[in-house]
Design a protein around this ligand. Structure first.
Ligand code: NG1
Ligand code: ZN
Length: 587
């Protein structure tokens, strides 16, 4: 990169416009803090993001030209964060997350210090990726309901126009709807288009699949959906217009998108999962089925109160096991058992009881990947059918093209086989193949519960979660905590010797499991533990947490002071953002 010289013979038009864009959307001075493109794209306080959005427009155009003029997506959202934050993520042509080798480019554009630097980086990317600037570039974008979205769209559009990119603004959409639209756009001319390129096309696809899957059954009682006062509310209402009547009764709460400040406020999937309780306006009776979406509707968790108002959570692990057991049965009933490889993909935060249930009861292979849905997605895609979920409720089920061909070509040998096969086909359409989708997952769960004739009580009874706890330690330098590759973040290689001490502690507890890793989204280290008994978990996680704290305080004093100063400065500038602190585990 250092030896690169700009090729000023290129037509020069875009370079000039990019340089000018810096003047119109100047970069906020973030001192020595760099913008990073993480698992959630760029995410921070919205007033710091205008320049970042301009550069995202530029990078999206390059990416489209690099990808043979396929359409690239840009989603404007900060998911479960507070209303004052915003963020942006790029979506690759088949609806997947931006390729990792482009994340660094996105970050370096966003960190340009002046117009000339940005222009040079642009030319550097053009040279490195051998991009033909004469090719057309196409981008589509959408946003959640945050008020800052409209302003940020202007900066994004400026970046798109500076680079001669054709674009379509889809207005408000959930994150998974935008992923759907990207894939549909890019597969329009293929023998099997993913769907119609419109919001309506998305609803039609889901409702047709849902109708088929529910042909011989109906849901048992209503489901109440907490929409986190986000974009999921109007979109679920729209979807409901397309769903068959008298099959599923959906009640919506927390749909006040016009009150921007209450987005994700004491409601939504992240609140329920991390606080381990229902939203304060929960008024369900014992065993009433409730679920919560997050602010951009790509996560969902279910819950209910048992007798005595005891809160019970049915999180991503539960949705994964429910879906895997049902799909496994359908594959068997269709007579396809021999020709399909099924797997469940989890992270180390999945409750050990769910892993054991998959392996021992469902007889399925379980894979464990590092945190972040792109890792899970990647591994799930290696199987004919890959079920993946993070415990926080983000996940989906992938059907490989080979699996789809097999399902569609299979000749059923009996009416029972035919019925199972039809339902399996419907599920492949119902489940969003691009990314975790709360609306699609909601319908999936409802289909499975209806077919199994289960209430939440039977669903919860499939296995007992091991008592667990997730703690967070603020350390002086989280980068010191590195995990051993190929252990899916379950073992530390640095600081040296610490893993051995953790192992010695954990071995004393029955069924004890505990691991430590640096968060990718917050300046902290997470400690997750589970064991056979609640008091053992408390004791074990407490001891490991102490160990990490004492290790961290060994850092030399001046450095500690400097870090504290920087931390305060960054907090003031709104550059430190992350999910809420999870106080307790998911029992
Ligand atoms: P980090 O901060 O790296 O642990 C958190 C969640 C992930 C994922 C990302 C957002 C936990 C323990 N971690 O990651 O599951 O949702 O945020 O991409 O919940
Ligand atoms: Zn989200």
């Amino acid at each position: 990169m250092a030896n690169w010289e700009p090729n000023w013979d290129a037509n020069g038009k875009y370079e000039l416009a990019i340089e000018k864009g810096f003047a119109d959307y100047p970069r906020v001075d973030t001192k020595d803090k760099q913008f990073t493109y993480g698992t959630a794209g760029f995410r921070m306080r919205a007033d710091l993001l205008d320049f970042v959005f301009f550069t995202v427009g530029v990078i999206a155009s390059l990416r489209s030209r690099k990808m043979s003029s396929n359409t690239i997506g840009v989603m404007i959202t900060a998911s479960h964060n507070k209303a004052e934050d915003n963020g942006v993520k790029l979506v690759d042509p088949m609806g997947e997350m931006l390729s990792q080798d482009w994340e660094v480019w996105a970050a370096s554009f966003a960190n340009a210090r002046n117009g000339t630097q940005l222009k040079n980086q642009y030319m550097q990317a053009v040279a490195q990726w051998k991009i033909d600037q004469k090719k057309d570039a196409y981008v589509i974008f959408a946003r959640d309901t945050r008020p800052s979205g409209a302003r940020l769209v202007k900066a994004l559009v400026a970046g798109l126009e500076a680079t001669g990119t054709k674009y379509v603004d889809f207005g408000y959409a959930t994150t998974p709807q935008l992923h759907y639209l990207v894939r549909s756009t890019n597969t329009q001319d293929q023998p099997e288009p993913y769907g119609e390129v419109s919001e309506e096309g998305y609803y039609k696809k889901l409702s047709q699949a849902f109708t088929t899957a529910m042909r011989y059954t109906k849901a048992n009682g209503p489901v109440t959906v907490d929409c986190a006062n986000g974009v999921g509310a109007p979109k679920l209402k729209e979807l409901m217009k397309y769903l068959p009547k008298d099959v599923l009764d959906i009640k919506i709460v927390n749909d006040k998108i016009e009150q921007a400040d209450i987005l994700n406020e004491k409601c939504g999937a992240d609140f329920v999962k991390t606080q381990q309780r229902a939203p304060p306006d929960f008024d369900g009776k014992a065993y009433d089925r409730w679920c919560s979406l997050d602010g951009d509707a790509d996560r969902i968790v279910y819950y209910f109160h048992s007798e005595g108002s005891q809160f019970k959570l049915l999180d991503g692990d539960r949705i994964a096991t429910l879906a895997a057991s049902f799909i496994g049965d359908l594959v068997r009933k269709s007579g396809l058992e021999e020709s399909m490889k099924l797997a469940v993909v989890q992270t180390a935060y999945a409750n050990g009881a769910s892993t054991r249930y998959c392996e021992q009861n469902l007889k399925l292979k379980v894979e464990c990947t590092p945190t972040g849905v792109k890792h899970l997605h990647h591994v799930a895609a290696r199987y004919d059918i890959g079920v993946y979920f993070e415990a926080n409720g983000h996940g989906t089920v992938l059907f490989s093209s080979r699996a789809l061909k097999t399902i569609h070509r299979h000749e059923p040998q009996s009416p029972a086989q035919l019925e199972a096969l039809e339902t399996l086909k419907a599920l492949a359409d119902l489940i969003n193949q691009t990314v975790g989708d709360a609306l699609s997952d909601l319908l999936l769960v409802e289909v499975v519960l209806a077919h199994k004739e289960w209430t939440v009580k039977e669903w919860l009874a499939t296995y007992n979660d091991l008592p667990n706890k997730l703690a967070k330690v603020n350390v002086n330098d989280r980068n010191v905590y590195r995990t051993v590759e190929s252990t899916a973040e379950r073992k530390l290689e640095s600081p040296p010797g610490i893993q051995q001490k953790i192992d010695e502690m954990v071995n004393k507890y029955k069924d004890g499991r505990c691991f430590v890793r640096a968060s990718g989204t917050e300046d902290a280290v997470r400690v997750y533990g589970e064991a056979a008994e609640v008091y053992d978990v408390e004791d074990m996680v407490g001891k490991v947490t102490e160990l990490i704290s004492s290790q961290s305080s060994r850092d030399i004093e001046p450095r500690l002071v400097r870090r504290e100063e920087r931390r305060t400065q960054e907090e003031e500038m709104g550059l430190r953002r992350g999910p809420r602190d999870p106080p307790f585990g998911n029992q």
